[in-house]
Design a binder for this molecule. Structure first.
Ligand code: MTE
Length: 320
């Protein structure tokens, strides 16, 4: 089975798509998407837009996209948290090139009818890719707005047919210390692990991203597949996933193990609950410059209307 990743990616600054060019392309794509079929989008992308083989074919999802201005491709590919490559924001960009995301398989286990080892293409239908512009807000009080390309996690979960007692989904990042220099040091208890309740995992806002800015994910962004959960602090959005486990008990998570008083399981963006060492009331948009004004952080990162009902009756002050 072929993989959606076609080439090893080393990005040069000359290849970075300026935001304005991207926005023009996107509006053309959007028009075609509205007027015509997926086939038209396919033809247009393949023939006219970009000969780059990392280009993906997708249709824009306006329902779940914010209209805020985008961070640049350079912002999202050079300023990252991916401790497997080091703890500095520039480490994933500087030290990510040895990582080989092709071929890729995912081990599915636990309380599901379909378990085993799956090729990436068996889990992700590349003809169903959508683009969603999401704001991702890091627990460190900065944020970015990124055009992600992916599919709802729910579509993968449905294929795997979880059993009734599967109340949680746990995820694990690949463990490859030879390719991921940060894993040779005990910054976290490797491999990186995360988890969601089944309701959160099935929510239509939750996606598995395989690309951004119309191209396949670069290593620093979690190639070849990563989670994006826009109403939660960024650390929930686990990268380079190679294990999915369905279970009845709440899973452990890397940051909760590392600092339980600072990082809870839910990790919902809540501007009213300070991190023990800093306020969560405001955030700095990356790219706004060091002196750029901070903006107020919104409850559930602005997605309250869509997700607040998942937490009715739960104290979000105690369950952070
Ligand atoms: N996933 C893994 N495997 N390792 C990590 O260190 N960092 C998390 C999350 N996913 C992390 C990870 C944190 S803290 C954040 S804020 C987001 O990735 C950052 O995603 P981005 O670099 O695409 O913005």
């Amino acid at each position: 089975m072929s993989s959606i990743r076609k080439s090893k990616q080393v990005i040069k600054s000359s290849e970075i798509t300026p935001e304005s060019v991207y926005l023009n392309r996107r509006s053309v794509l959007q028009t075609i998407g509205t007027l015509s079929t997926g086939l038209a989008i396919n033809l247009f992308v393949n023939d006219s837009i970009n000969a780059n083989e990392n280009q993906l074919t997708f249709s824009p999802n306006n329902k779940y996209s914010t209209t805020e201005s985008l961070n640049s491709y350079e912002d999202i590919t050079t300023y990252n948290n991916f401790y497997e490559f080091g703890m500095q924001k520039s480490d994933p960009y500087n030290y990510g090139s040895q990582f080989e995301p092709k071929p890729w398989s995912v081990k599915v286990s636990g309380e599901a009818n379909k378990t085993g080892v799956f090729d990436l293409d068996d889990l992700i239908d590349i003809n169903a890719l959508e683009e969603r512009i999401y704001r991702l807000r890091c627990v460190e009080a900065w944020s970015m707005v990124i055009p992600w390309v992916g599919i709802p996690l729910a579509s993968i979960i449905k294929k795997l047919q979880p059993k009734l007692n599967a109340k949680y989904v746990a995820f694990e990042t690949v463990y490859r210390p030879k390719q991921m220099p940060g894993q040779r040091r005990p910054a976290l208890d490797w491999p990186y692990i995360e988890g969601l309740t089944m309701q959160e995992a099935m929510h239509p806002l939750t996606i598995i991203a395989v690309g951004l800015y119309g191209k396949e994910l670069l290593n620093q962004n979690g190639a070849p597949m990563r989670l994006v959960v826009p109403w939660k602090y960024g650390f929930k959005s686990i990268k380079s996933i190679n294990k999915i486990h369905f279970q009845s008990k709440k899973p452990l998570t890397s940051w909760n193990i590392s600092a339980p008083n600072e990082y809870g399981f839910l990790a919902n963006v809540n501007p009213e609950v300070d991190h023990p060492r800093w306020s969560q009331a405001r955030e700095r948009r990356i790219g706004a410059g060091f002196f750029g004004t901070k903006q107020p952080t919104l409850m559930f990162n602005g997605y309250a209307e869509d997700v607040a009902n998942l937490y009715s009756g739960i104290s979000l002050r105690r369950n952070f």
